[in-house]
Each structure stands twice: as C-alpha cells, then as structure tokens.
Design a protein around this ligand. Structure first.
Ligand SMILES: [Zn+2]
Length: 93
C-alpha cells in the first residue's frame, strides 16, 4: 500500500508486518488487533505477507515439533532475511 493519509490513521505496512509476526507468538492487544484487522481489509500486500508468514510458521512447526523452542537461525541468515525484508517493506512505505 502506498503511503497515504490512511497510514496516519490506521498503521503502516511495516507496523502491520511486525504485528503479523508478533501475533504468531502471542495474542495482540485489543487495539493492535483492531488496527491490524482494519489494515488487512485495505492492503492486499500485507494479506499476502500474512499468508506467507503463516505458511512458513506452520512448516517450521511441522518440521521441528520436538525442538521448536530450540530452533534458531544462524545470525548470518537472520541478517540477510532482515535486510531483504527491510528493502521490500520500504517499497510500501
Ligand atoms: Zn500493508
């Protein structure tokens, strides 16, 4: 979603993607949940991101059921993913 007045009222795609990831770890507050739901009704890119994120999480859980809490990506991989996500996210800001 391009940066518009809507981002000032609702929330940015960057914040929405953060909440999507956070939601998979623990429930969101009422306010965050309401903002995310509203954003997802208006932004197809974040809906797509949410679907991909849920798929990745379910794949990780199914592949690492026994030691999911011990599963950690190497720092190098984390940094590459973070850089790639930051570049993609800034397109929508
Ligand atoms: Zn968005």
């Amino acid at each position: 979603m391009k940066k518009t007045l809507l981002h000032l009222v609702v929330l940015s795609c960057k914040r929405a993607s953060f909440l999507i990831e956070k939601q998979q770890g623990k429930p969101l507050s009422f306010f965050d949940n309401a903002q995310l739901k509203l954003h997802l009704k208006l932004c197809s890119e974040c809906v797509h991101f949410q679907k991909q994120s849920l798929l990745i999480t379910s794949m990780l859980k199914s592949n690492h059921k026994s030691n999911l809490t011990e599963f950690k990506l190497p720092d190098e991989v984390k940094n590459r993913l973070k850089k790639a996500l930051d570049e993609k996210i800034t397109i929508f800001l």
